[in-house]
Design a protein. Sequence first.
Length: 296
Amino acid sequence: MKKQLKELTIKDNFMFGAVMTMPENCKDFLEMVLQTKLSEVVVSKEKSMIYHPEYKGVRLDVYANDEERTHYNVEMQVSKKPALGRRSRYYQSQIDMELLVSGEEYEELPDTYVIFLCDFDPFGQKKYRYTFSSECKECKESKLQDGRCTIFLSTHGENEDEVPKELVTFLRFVKAGLQESEQNFHDDYVERLQRTIREIKRDREMEERFMILEEMLKDERKEGRIEGRAEGAKLSLCTILECKGEIPDVFRKRIETEQNLEVLKNWLVLAAKSDTMEAFLAEAESVKGSQCGQKE
């Protein structure tokens, strides 16, 4: 069942993005996680909470940089996805690529942090924070100094004595359900986030943005399912046809470019019934929407 804006907590991607695109909230979050003071943080709103055609989907990450040109990419993760490590590698490379395209030299590349805020334990070690940076396997004191750091925060940690109290409180706030998240956490930062969330829920413009985003996500999921079925149909079709002979190049290209799922299904049925490649190709011309002769 689709949620309404008033039902969201900070762990919902839209709400997290809306809260963290406010520079003071993002700055205090980064200071709490990194345990360092930042004089200023600039949030790149044009890269947050909007549709990115180059990523083929909706991205709700929070992008920011500070006065030292350090770049940050923060993402909320409510369910465990495969290959989180490789996902972080992709995000790091995206930041580097954007900077290099904009004219940066390798030696000028700034430090980058990719931070995943997880509502689960990504490594099963019951830590509130997992920090990764490049170091030598044979000689721990030798650092690669490539400027990259990846941090995983977990709402399921148990090592309270090893991390700042305010981080533990914040992660408990993230983990909380709707009613619990509105309780008093006796923490100034969390209290400010609660006020921000209440303001967002009363904002008609934010409600409209949330509704639009929900429709975009719905369309994206639908398109993804259709695309997935089409790719599966193409693979099955080629597998069947290869058992009947060599697939002509022109027809293989036709399969690769065909996006109409009904046409692909009809070809599959025809391929299953045909005894030879020649018999299939002779009948394939009659399939609605196809232009797939043996000659170009």
